[in-house]
Design a protein around this ligand. Structure first.
Ligand code: SF4
Length: 216
C-alpha cells in the first residue's frame, strides 16, 4: 500500500485549516494561537479543492506560513520533518497527495471558528464580535460593488471607515491590552489593507489620510 514518504511538498504549499477535532491541540497550547490566522466569514479566499476564489461560509482558521511564505510554520525544512508530527492537525493526517478523495470529503466539515476558541474570554470576544460587525466582508463587498454606481462617495467613505477601524482595533489590543502583535491575524483576520487586494484595490497613505487606488 502506498504511504506518505514525508517529502514535505504538501507542507510547503500552505498549512492546514482547522476542524473541531483539532481544538484540543490549541486548548493544550501545542499549537499557539499566534501561529493561526483567520479567514473571516465572507472573505474571498482560494479554495484548493474547487480551484477558485470563493467567499468563506464561516471562519476558516489556518496555520500560518514561515516568514511570509506558504511553507507551514511547523515544517523543519532542513529534514522535511513536521515539528508536531504526533500532534499534527486532522487535515495533515488525512491528506494523501496521490489520492485526495478523503480530504475532499472532510475539508469543509466541522470547521473550527474563533467562537469555538475564545467566546468565553470576557472582553476579548466582545472586541472580536464588534470588529466583525463594523468590518464584515459582506459590508465591504457591498461598498466595493457600489463604487461604480451613483453613490460612489458614500461607498468610498464606507470602505475607508472599515479600513480605519480594522487598523485601529489591532493597534488598540497591542498598545492598550498588551497582546502580542502576532495574535491579531487570529483575532481579527488578515488585515483588510492586505485582503482588499483580492478585490482589485489597494490602500495608500497620503498627507496623513488613507486613499484607495485600483491595483495597477
Ligand atoms: S502541521 Fe506538520 S504535517 Fe501539517 S502542514 Fe505543518 S509541517 Fe506539514
Amino acid at each position: 500500500m502506498k504511504e506518505c514518504i514525508r517529502c514535505g511538498t504538501c507542507c510547503k504549499k500552505g498549512g492546514p485549516s482547522f476542524h473541531l477535532e483539532d481544538k484540543i491541540l490549541i486548548d493544550k497550547g501545542i499549537i499557539p494561537s499566534k501561529y493561526i490566522y483567520t479567514i473571516r466569514k465572507g472573505e474571498r479566499s482560494y479554495d484548493n479543492v474547487k480551484e477558485c476564489f470563493l467567499p468563506a461560509s464561516s471562519d476558516i482558521l489556518k496555520l500560518k506560513g514561515q516568514k511570509g511564505l506558504w511553507t507551514c510554520v511547523f515544517l523543519n525544512e532542513a529534514n522535511n520533518d513536521c515539528n508536531i508530527y504526533e500532534n499534527r492537525p486532522m487535515e495533515c493526517k488525512v491528506l494523501k497527495c496521490w489520492d485526495t478523495r478523503e480530504i475532499e470529503k472532510i475539508y469543509a466539515k466541522n470547521r473550527l471558528t474563533r467562537q469555538d476558541l475564545i467566546s468565553s474570554v470576557e472582553g476579548l470576544w466582545e472586541l472580536v464580535e464588534g470588529h466583525q460587525e463594523r468590518c464584515s466582508y459582506d459590508m465591504l463587498k457591498f461598498f466595493i460593488d457600489s463604487l461604480n454606481k451613483s453613490k460612489k462617495t458614500e461607498a468610498l467613505k464606507g470602505i475607508l471607515e472599515i479600513i480605519e477601524y480594522d487598523i485601529k482595533i489591532r493597534e488598540l489590543v497591542v498598545q492598550k491590552a498588551g497582546l502580542e502583535t502576532d495574535l491579531t491575524d487570529f483575532l481579527f483576520g488578515r488585515p483588510i489593507t492586505e485582503t482588499i487586494k483580492i478585490y482589485g484595490l489597494k490602500i495608500k497613505m497620503e498627507k496623513g489620510k488613507y486613499i484607495l487606488i485600483p491595483m495597477g
